[in-house]
Structure formats: C-alpha cells, structure tokens
Write a protein of this length. Structure first.
Length: 271
C-alpha cells in the first residue's frame, strides 16, 4: 500500500517536469503553452491545432493529451460560458450542445488517458472533470442528472472538492451547480446553497459570489442575492495560477449586473 501511494504521488509530482521537458524538445508544444497563457478563443484554438500535430508525432504521450484536452476545454468554456448557472433555466441550447458534443467528445478520451497516466495530478483531475461535464451535457443537463452519468459527475466533483485550493474551490461550484439544476429526487436547492456558500467563503471569487447570487434569487432571498451580485461585480477577476475564471469573466459580470437589477426590482415589489 505504501509503495502504491508513493507511486501515485511521484506520478503527480513528475507531471510538470514531463510537460516542461517535452515542451522544450517540441517547439509546437512550447508555442501552444504560451498561447494558453494568453487565453482567449483564438489562442486556445491555435494551441489545440499545434497540439494535435504534436500528438500525431507522439500518439502515446499522455502529457500532450492532457495539454490538448485542456486547450479544447478552454475553447468550450469560453464559447459556452462554462455551462454556468443562470437565473432562468439552463444553458442547454442546441448550439451549445453541438459544441459540447464535438469538442467535449474530442477532449474526453484524451483527458481520461491523462488522468490514468497522472493519477496524483489535480490538474489532470480537473481537466478530466471539465471534459466529462461538457461531453455529458451534450445529451441534456437535466436528463443526464438522473442517470449513471450524474453519479459519475458527482463522484468527480467530490474528488475536486477535496482540493479547495484548486481553481477557487471549483469542487464546490461543481457540486452546488449540479444540485441546483438536477431534477427531483436528486436535485436539492438546500445542498446547492450549502456547497455554493462554502465555495464563496473559501474563495470569494467573481464566479463563486455570482453563483450564490443565482441560487439565492431562485430561493426568493432577494437581499442575499443582491448583496452577492454586487460583490461579484466589484470583485476583480481571479489571477490564481489554476483559475479558469478569466475565460468567463465578461459573462459573469454581465449576468451579475442583470441579476442585481432583477433582485432590486423584486425587493422593490415586496409588500
């Protein structure tokens, strides 16, 4: 058991070294890495193209698979607003489903291979969880929540939950978001609020504060919603190394402003 645990840890610790060494030997991987740091759809799409070429030359390289899945996730995240919570319904549109099916379907097997190769890496876990969420959402968010896919999603979310330092306690966002949109008997507004409140306490980022605003508004607590929407608007975009918030920062800001207006109107209409 001790030897196995040591092996897992070493695999995770070596990931950054493997990526750095590989990128140094492959100019296209290095260029892709620089593009990913700049973020944005065009940069991520270019990075994905470069990494596809690298993977063709070295098809069994798990580090390249991880980098490519990460680039595909970034494109998907930006184009579909990361499938974020909204006050009204979900973002389950035909256009978004097509993106989730195409890019998520490409990213998922790559991310799975990387996850198996680097079981101790939170980065690999996070990339796999994102790819799984996007790919699964292509068949309908609410519909999938009631299947084995929903159970797998929750299991991955709980793994991320064990790493609150990663991407602004993204595990809380995964769990809270799931319980907020899942139908009865799985969905639970109480569980959603619990996890999202915890996420905002642990990491008061724009995303986490906005999410609390959404579920508070849906629960009819308009004052709490207005407070969190205001705080989300005033909070700068997270620049933590693992944060993906920059990819949806403008969307969050626009939706927070819209949510604040709706909450203020609801408060004004109270007897």
């Amino acid at each position: 058991k001790e030897r196995l645990g040591s092996w897992f840890s070493s695999r995770g610790a070596l990931l950054s070294q493997v990526q750095a060494g590989g990128a140094a030997a492959d100019p296209q991987r290095k260029q892709a890495g620089e593009l990913m740091k700049k973020r944005g759809v065009a940069n991520a799409e270019k990075a994905a193209s470069l990494l596809r070429e690298s993977l063709r030359r070295d098809p069994e390289n798990a580090a390249i698979k991880l980098e490519l899945a990460d680039a595909l996730n970034m494109v998907t995240r930006i184009k579909t607003n990361a499938n974020s919570l909204v006050i009204e319904g979900t973002q389950d549109s035909p256009a978004f489903k097509k993106i989730w099916r195409t890019l998520g379907g490409e990213a998922l097997p790559l991310a799975l291979d990387a996850r198996k190769a680097f079981p101790g890496s939170v980065k690999a876990l996070s990339v796999y969880a994102d790819a799984f969420m996007f790919s699964s959402s292509a068949k309908g968010i609410v519909k999938q929540a009631l299947t084995g896919v929903g159970k797998k999603y929750v299991a991955l979310a709980k793994e991320l939950y064990a790493h609150p330092e990663w991407d602004g306690a993204v595990g809380c966002a995964f769990l809270g978001g799931f319980y907020a949109v899942a139908p009865w008997p799985i969905g639970s507004k109480g569980k959603a609020a619990k996890y999202l409140d915890e996420g905002a306490r642990r990491a008061p980022t724009r995303r986490n504060l906005y999410y609390v605003g959404v579920v508070s508004y849906q629960a009819g607590d308009y004052r709490k919603a207005a407070d969190h929407f205001q705080r989300a608007i005033a909070t700068p975009v997270s620049r933590e190394p693992s944060s993906t918030e920059a990819d949806i920062a403008d969307f969050l800001l626009e939706r927070a402003r819209r949510g604040l207006k709706a909450a203020q109107e609801a408060i004004a209409a109270e007897p």
